[in-house]
Write a protein that binds this ligand. Structure first.
Ligand SMILES: Nc1ncnc2c1ncn2[C@@H]1O[C@H](COP(=O)(O)OP(=O)(O)O)[C@@H](O)[C@H]1O
Ligand SMILES: [Mg+2]
Length: 299
């Protein structure tokens, strides 16, 4: 398929194409201009950036028979490169499952996940391990820093584990951007929560991953530290060109993102560009009302 080629919509009479992965685009004609089917065709808003990762008909069931849980019910979504996307929704709606299957940490029951020119649902464990190590960064709610090591050693850990040489210039850029350059020789216990999370962000970015997943990265932080961490996440998108997908419960946190998706019961129920806290709270409340109405009628 020639799907791995994205075309930026026409602007200033100019058309820029992002040919990726060396696949032959399948030409198609629309209004006299050869159109190329893109990964963004499934995107309702029409995107301007090439796609970083896409899920097509993604289904994830846990358990079987009577005990089956439909965690993802055929999700179609694509995430653009260089964008900061938030994923919101009630507890148990499938947010973490989406992240874990897209990151190749958990297998899909059905459907496809296209990332960097390949369908990761077809990869074996060894391929998935390499993919995660080389192309994906993770940021967790609980920082997950190693207490015996300094901030710098923690940041460099993904490279150390892979046996790669650290890029000192990139380390300094990250440390400066994240405001931790004077904390690099400290152990995690000597750092505040906000500083620890910034170290964890630097660790996620040190390999220059194509994609960063953050699961509730501000869940353990006070509001000032949260604001700092979110600001740094946004800066790493703006200034370093990162692509970030972040799960959050917090409408204010989601408002730092370029786009926010709302999940309910394993499906996407809303997709907002430039989300505001007010709009996200509105959507979440609406979802809660729908859910309680559904519970009443299904009894
Ligand atoms: N390993 C698992 N085994 C069985 N059920 C699971 C497992 N992980 C998640 N689930 C179920 O899948 C649904 C979605 O969970 P999850 O993706 O963790 O939701 P969220 O992150 O939105 O809170 C929930 O009903 C949850 O109980
Ligand atoms: Mg979760």
């Amino acid at each position: 398929m020639g799907r791995h080629t994205a075309v930026e919509p026409k602007s200033n009479g100019e058309r820029r194409t992002f040919a990726a992965h060396g696949q032959d685009p399948v030409g198609r004609h629309r209004g006299g201009v050869a159109e190329i089917p893109t990964l963004m065709d499934s995107q309702p808003m029409g995107g301007r950036l090439p796609v970083a990762i896409e899920a097509i008909g993604l289904v994830k069931d846990y358990g079987e028979g009577e005990n089956v849980v439909h965690a993802l019910r055929g999700v179609n979504v694509s995430f653009e490169r260089g964008m900061f996307t938030a994923i919101m929704g009630p507890s148990g709606s499938g947010k973490s499952t989406l992240m874990h299957t897209m990151a190749g940490l958990d297998s899909a029951t059905r459907g496809h996940i296209l990332f960097d020119g390949a369908d990761i649902t077809e990869m074996n464990d060894r391929q998935l391990t390499l993919l995660r190590r080389r192309k994906i960064g993770f940021i967790f709610q609980s920082f997950n820093l190693l207490p015996m090591f300094t901030a710098e050693q923690n940041i460099l850990m993904p490279l150390t584990l892979a046996g790669s040489k650290p890029d000192r210039v990139w380390l300094r850029t990250l440390a400066r951007t994240l405001g931790i350059e004077h904390r690099l020789n400290h152990r995690p216990s000597e750092l505040s929560g906000g500083q620890q999370q910034r170290v964890a962000i630097a660790r996620a970015l040190i390999t220059k991953p194509k994609l960063v997943f953050a699961d509730e990265p501000t869940g353990n932080l006070d509001s000032v530290s949260s604001g700092e961490v979110l600001d740094f996440l946004r800066r790493s998108v703006r200034e370093l060109g990162q692509t970030i997908i972040m799960v959050t419960h917090d409408a204010v946190a989601a408002s730092y993102a370029d786009r926010a998706i709302v999940f309910a019961d394993g499906a996407i129920v809303a997709d907002e560009r430039n989300p505001t806290p007010e709009r996200m709270n509105e959507l979440l409340m609406e979802e809660r009302r729908n859910a309680s109405a559904h519970t009443r009628t299904s009894r």
